[in-house]
Ligand binder design. Structure first.
Ligand code: SAH
Ligand code: SF4
Ligand code: F3S
Length: 443
């Protein structure tokens, strides 16, 4: 059998990592990957439910796949991931899909695909307490061959009141540390130079091994010690859990990148309480101070939600204020979107009018643009190591790559000597910047 499989991926990095697991599972069954959906025998959409607009995009895509299905009767269209988990059977009722598989059921995809018949779609949305896909070697879908995602845990045990993830991904479980280290070694030997360890709350990683327990700090050290040539990143830290031990392990290893994604969500204690984040402003600012004390060159990025239930103008000002105090290098910023079934949806009215949410979000975005530019300006004149990722998108005469602090650097290709390749480390000096990019020269 040679069936062609096309997968589209939405949502977070964990979904990208899951798509790589799905390719691996189906490759064993003889499926080959295609990037042309018109040529596919099976189309899967790996979906996200975190905000309503994420789901609306997927419905739009399903309409488009519907047109292909009309032309090609044998075509199978499946929906997998968080939206499959959230909407379950109701997706089948839409008659737009032949298969619905939740995030913990990818091992049964081959059997489900085999059993699909006209009028007999397949669904499996059971969540698991222990599935981590730890024995599966993902088929990498990145293009640069430099940077790989490694999933270290699944699910989430926090119940942030706005968030659907615990319902779509189930309970938290940590993957066997040895299989993580083996996977990192394996990608390094294949030529990758950077791994990103992924989890919804990496600080609560905890694996009970036969030779002793491994926490996140221990795991980070194990991966960092594979080779000084292998860069290590991770995402996401939870401000309530990021420990001094993790900060110390980072500071002690030059190859653990100087970047922490530390989602604040809001700068108001009242909102943080209602969001059930289980830290307050003072605690958050103390963590930031601790990070800066140990690693003055560490960048800090964040996620912010504008217009959560009952957010007053003062709460909103508190968010702008904490942004200024921390001086974030970058932020992902969203309007609050009520998700059915969450604590917030059940207990608090979604009472900030949409236009006001947008206005607050725009203020947050405008401030972050200024902060990002200021942060980049502070880097002018600095010299540092960059991992080459490939040609710059704008100018084929230039290369791009990231500094340890995750900032994107562009620089002219060398005029003489050997050409640089993705995966090479180079030293650059920062000459100037925009709010998104540092313009550098090779040194
Ligand atoms: N586990 C991570 C984030 C997971 S979701 C953490 O705890 O930080 C990624 C981001 O989406 C969140 O940080 C939050 O800012 C945003 N988000 C989650 N639910 C949302 C909602 N209902 N409306 C708007 N943004 C939301
Ligand atoms: Fe959602 Fe909170 Fe878990 Fe992050 S930590 S995934 S925001 S419930
Ligand atoms: Fe979205 Fe699921 Fe990730 S809801 S953000 S794809 S865990």
């Amino acid at each position: 059998m040679n069936k062609k499989l096309y997968i589209e991926t939405y949502g977070c990095q964990m979904n990208v990592s899951d798509t790589e697991v799905i390719f691996a599972i189906l490759a064993r069954e003889g499926y080959t990957r295609t990037e042309e959906m018109e040529q596919a025998d099976v189309i899967l959409i790996n979906t996200c439910s975190v905000r309503d607009n994420a789901e609306q995009r997927i419905w739009g895509r399903l309409e488009q796949f519907g047109a292909l299905r009309k032309k090609n009767e044998g075509l199978v269209v499946g929906i997998v991931g968080c939206m499959a988990e959230r909407l379950k059977d109701s997706l089948l009722e839409s008659r737009k899909v032949d298969l619905v598989a939740g995030p913990d059921t990818y091992r049964s995809l081959p059997a489900m695909l085999r059993d699909i018949r006209p009028g007999a779609p397949q669904i499996d949305v059971r969540l698991s307490r222990d599935e981590t896909y730890e024995d599966i070697t993902p088929v990498r879908i990145d293009r640069n061959g430099v940077s790989a995602f490694i999933s270290i845990m699944r699910g989430c045990n926090n119940v942030c009141s706005y968030c659907v993830v615990p319902y779509t991904r189930g309970a938290e479980r940590s993957r066997n540390a040895h299989t993580i280290v083996r996977e990192a070694c394996d990608v390094f030997h294949k030529g990758y130079k950077e791994v990103t360890l992924l989890g919804q709350n990496v600080d609560s990683y905890f694996w009970k091994g036969p030779e002793g327990d491994v926490n996140f700090a221990g795991l980070l050290a194990m991966v960092a010690e594979i080779s000084p040539e292998l860069r290590v990143r991770y995402s996401t830290s939870h401000p309530k859990d990021i420990s001094d031990e993790v900060i110390a392990v980072m500071a002690a290893h030059e190859n653990i990148c100087r970047h922490i994604h530390l989602p604040v969500q809001s700068g108001s204690d009242a909102m943080l309480e209602k969001m059930r984040r289980r830290y307050d402003r003072a605690w958050y600012l103390d963590r930031v101070a601790k990070i800066r004390e140990a690693m003055p060159d560490c960048s800090i990025t964040t996620d912010i939600i504008a217009g959560f239930c009952g957010e007053t103008l003062q709460d909103h000002q508190d968010t702008l204020d904490i942004m200024r105090k921390v001086g974030y290098d970058y932020a992902f910023m969203f309007q609050y979107s009520e998700r059915p079934g969450t604590l917030a949806a059940r207990h608090y009215p979604d009472d900030i009018p949409p236009a006001e949410k947008t206005r607050r979000l725009n203020e947050i975005i405008a401030l972050q643009n200024t902060l990002s530019l200021e942060s980049n300006r502070r880097d002018i004149g600095k010299e540092w190591k960059v991992l080459v990722e490939g040609d710059s998108r704008r100018d084929p005469g230039q290369l791009c790559g990231r500094a340890s602090n995750n900032k994107m650097c562009v620089f002219d290709k060398p005029k003489q000597g050997a050409a640089l390749r993705p995966g090479d480390y180079v030293r650059v000096r920062v000459l100037s910047c925009t709010s998104a990019t540092l313009i550098c020269e090779l040194i």
